[in-house]
Design a protein around this ligand. Sequence first.
Ligand SMILES: Cc1cc2nc3c(=O)[nH]c(=O)nc-3n(C[C@H](O)[C@H](O)[C@H](O)COP(=O)(O)OP(=O)(O)OC[C@H]3O[C@@H](n4cnc5c(N)ncnc54)[C@H](O)[C@@H]3O)c2cc1C
Ligand code: FES
Length: 284
Amino acid sequence: MYSIISRQQLNPTVVSMEIHAPLVARKAQPGQFIILRVHEEGERIPLTVAGTDPEQGTVRIIFQIVGATTKLLGEKKAGESISDFVGPLGRATETEGLKKVCIVGGGVGCAIAMPVAQKLASQGCEVTSIIGFRNRDLVILEEEFKACSAKTILMTDDGSCGRQGNVTVPLKELLEQGERFDRIFAIGPLVMMKFTVAAAKPFGTPVTVSMNPVMIDGTGMCGGCRMTLNRNGEKVVQFACVDGPEFDGYEVDFDEAMSRGRMYADFERHAYEETCNLLNKEVQ
Ligand SMILES: Cc1cc2nc3c(=O)[nH]c(=O)nc-3n(C[C@H](O)[C@H](O)[C@H](O)COP(=O)(O)OP(=O)(O)OC[C@H]3O[C@@H](n4cnc5c(N)ncnc54)[C@H](O)[C@@H]3O)c2cc1C
Ligand code: FES
């Protein structure tokens, strides 16, 4: 069992937890993820390592409550435990040689982007962070980004905090004003990553995106996270869990990824309703 050392509500639907998992804490690098199960018969879900404290043996996860399993996890309190916490999985972010980088994070994707920004800053890289949310109530990790970035631009869809608009607006402005980045890291909804790639393309700036297809085993065996890359005119099949989760944004077939993401919608809705029914029965 893995103890929950602390639990913090970052916004109405996003929770940060520190889990006691010394082996994972010792090895995990930014960009990698873990797979957990809340209880022994639970579903396996992947979550990114948002930070580690190897001395305390803790791993930080930040997750949005979107369905059955994240709901159950979100209801756990500090002092309680979860049954499985496996990792680190996936490839670590490649940061070597980068001197000036733009991090573009959308929504809970900011939780995945933050450790990448922190690692780059710790290597002396100049980081510009553009973080976007639907409205002010959903803003998370603003202070953490400010602490590791030379410049942080906060965007909200409705303008209730920071500037109004989506994250590609300031990115385009910076590029048009002559800012040049060695690389852009875009992490968030598929549509946001797709348009970040489109914004960077005229300037030839490399873009790394973080893909989050449905994952089951996380070890390249089940094929659940299969995705297609267009590499030099050839279609190349990759597994996000072992070949990623980060990929060259110019190679990703975002339209295919979006349609695969919708395949499980009915099943997930059913699982969520079942959880709610179970919870309702427990309450009665
Ligand atoms: C490598 C990776 C890292 C991730 N890191 C984070 C993170 O740091 N924070 C965070 O909030 N979310 C993260 N996610 C997404 C997270 O795994 C899903 O939100 C979670 O699995 C939802 O489960 P659920 O039962 O609560 O919701 P469900 O109702 O089952 O699903 C809601 C949505 O979550 C996604 N999803 C469901 N099951 C899985 C699965 N087994 N694998 C991947 N996606 C799934 C689907 O897009 C689905 O539409 C990550 C996903 C991947 C693949
Ligand atoms: S999750 Fe099974 S192959 Fe990637």
